[in-house]
Ligand binder design. Structure first.
Ligand SMILES: C[S@@+](CC[C@H](N)C(=O)[O-])C[C@H]1O[C@@H](n2cnc3c(N)ncnc32)[C@H](O)[C@@H]1O
Length: 258
C-alpha cells in the first residue's frame, strides 16, 4: 500500500501535470531547462547504456536523454505526469512506480538520474539507498535538488512550500552539507558538487507562476545572457551561494552495504 506521502505526491502531481507541460511550452523556459539538462548529462560516464530517470515527471529531461541513450527508462509515481511524457516522447520506456519499491533487479543501471525528486520524499536516506541498490558497482547517481544554502532562498522556499498549492508542506530544500551527509549515510561518495541556477532560474524557471515573464520582449535572449552569467557565478565559491539548485555526482562506496 502507498505511504501517506506517496499518496500525497500522487495527488499533488495529478493536479500539476498539465501545468508542467504548460511551463515547458515557452521557448525561453525550454532553453533554460535544456541548459540544466546538459549540465546534468555532462556527467554521464563514457559507455553508459542502462540509464534510469527516477521521478522523470513529464519527461522533458528523458526526451533529451533518449536522443543519445535510446534505452533510457523513466519512472514516476504519478501516472498523470507520465501520460504527458507519453504524448511528448511516444515509445519511451515509462514505468509507474514508487522509488521506495523499485520494480527493477538490483544492480542493473549504469546511471540513475534524480532531477528534483529527492525533496518530495520523506525518508531521504532510504530513497538514496534505493538509488544505490539500482546501480551496478561503479555506477553513478546524478542528482539536482533545491539548495537552501542562501538564507534568503531558504526563507522564500519555506514560504512558497507552505503557501502554494503546488507543493506539499513537507517538501524541503537542502543545504550543501545536508545533502552530502545524506549521500554519505546512504553509502555514496560524492566527488563532484556544483551549484546551478541563479538569474536564469528565477527568470525562466517558472513562467507558469509569473505570467508577466512570458510577455517580456526578448525573454529568450535574456535567458541566454542570464545562463552565461550564472555559469560564472556558480563557478565562484562566494557567489555560488546564490545557486538555487545543487548538482551532485556520486558513486556507491566500495565495500558499502549492498
Ligand atoms: C519536481 S518534479 C520533477 C520532474 C522532472 N524530473 C522534471 O525535472 O521536470 C518531481 C517528480 O517526482 C515524482 N515523485 C515524487 N515522489 C516520488 C516517488 N516516491 N517515486 C517516484 N517518483 C516520485 C513526482 O511525481 C514528480 O513527477
Amino acid at each position: 500500500m502507498a505511504s501517506n506521502n506517496a499518496q500525497a505526491q500522487i495527488e499533488l502531481h495529478r493536479a500539476l501535470a498539465p501545468r508542467y507541460a504548460f511551463r515547458y511550452s515557452f521557448p525561453f523556459s525550454r532553453l533554460f531547462q535544456q541548459d540544466w539538462h546538459a549540465e546534468m548529462m555532462g556527467h554521464i560516464p563514457e559507455g553508459s547504456k542502462a540509464i534510469l530517470d527516477l521521478g522523470c515527471g513529464t519527461g522533458f529531461f528523458l526526451a533529451e536523454l533518449m536522443e543519445k541513450h535510446p534505452s533510457a527508462v523513466g519512472l514516476d509515481i504519478s501516472f498523470e505526469m507520465l501520460q504527458v511524457s507519453d504524448q511528448y516522447i511516444p515509445g519511451a520506456k515509462l514505468v509507474t512506480g514508487d522509488a521506495e519499491r523499485l520494480p527493477f533487479k538490483p544492480g542493473v543501471f549504469d546511471v540513475v538520474f534524480c532531477k528534483g525528486s529527492l525533496h518530495h520524499t520523506r525518508d531521504h536516506v532510504a530513497f538514496l539507498k534505493h538509488c544505490r541498490e539500482a546501480l551496478r558497482p561503479g555506477g553513478v547517481l546524478i542528482m539536482s535538488e533545491p539548495c537552501n544554502d542562501n538564507p534568503f532562498i531558504r526563507l522564500a522556499r519555506a514560504i512558497m512550500y507552505k503557501k502554494s498549492e503546488h507543493f506539499d508542506v513537507g517538501d524541503q530544500g537542502f543545504t550543501r552539507k545536508g545533502v552530502l551527509d545524506l549521500l554519505d549515510q546512504a553509502d555514496f561518495e560524492t566527488p563532484k558538487v556544483k551549484k546551478y541556477g541563479v538569474l536564469a532560474y528565477v527568470f525562466a524557471g517558472f513562467p507558469d507562476h509569473l505570467s508577466i515573464l512570458r510577455y517580456i520582449p526578448g525573454n529568450y535572449w535574456i535567458t541566454r545572457a542570464f545562463l552565461a552569467i550564472d555559469r560564472v557565478l556558480c563557478a565562484l565559491p562566494l557567489f555560488s551561494l546564490l545557486g538555487f539548485h545543487i548538482v551532485t555526482v556520486s558513486h556507491p562506496k566500495s565495500g558499502g552495504e549492498s
